[in-house]
Design a protein around this ligand. Sequence first.
Ligand SMILES: [Zn+2]
Length: 146
Amino acid sequence: MSAALATAPLLPRLRDAGAEVVLREQRPVVQHVSLVPAGLLAEARARRDDLIAELLAEANIEAAYLAAERAALITESEHGDPAAPVSHTLPPSWSDATVEPTAGARCFCCRGASWWCEASEPKGWRCGRCHPPVHLAPGQWRETRT
Ligand SMILES: [Zn+2]
């Protein structure tokens, strides 16, 4: 393994391979693990602490964005729809389904403005371009355009 590889961020490479990576009870959990090349998976296991650090950094950024979005939602519900939507960015996915993207929201990865959430038992909002709902049948998810 080269020195460059040994310090390269793991999250984007795992996601590029098609895996979802989440932090559950302080432990990184890789979903769709069968899509990840064996070498990359071995590296992720060996560099577990790095992966945790990457996930925590992302969670901190996400928390900041979501706090702003929640404030925007509260403002909207108190004052009605703002006349001019304010352009702002959101992470490509988050697990709090009650934080619905507001007008002007753009994905900070792809600048996309289409978001989806499960129609029943919502697990959170995701960018339609970064995380398309390919595993769900039409009608199993709802979309909002911002
Ligand atoms: Zn996106």
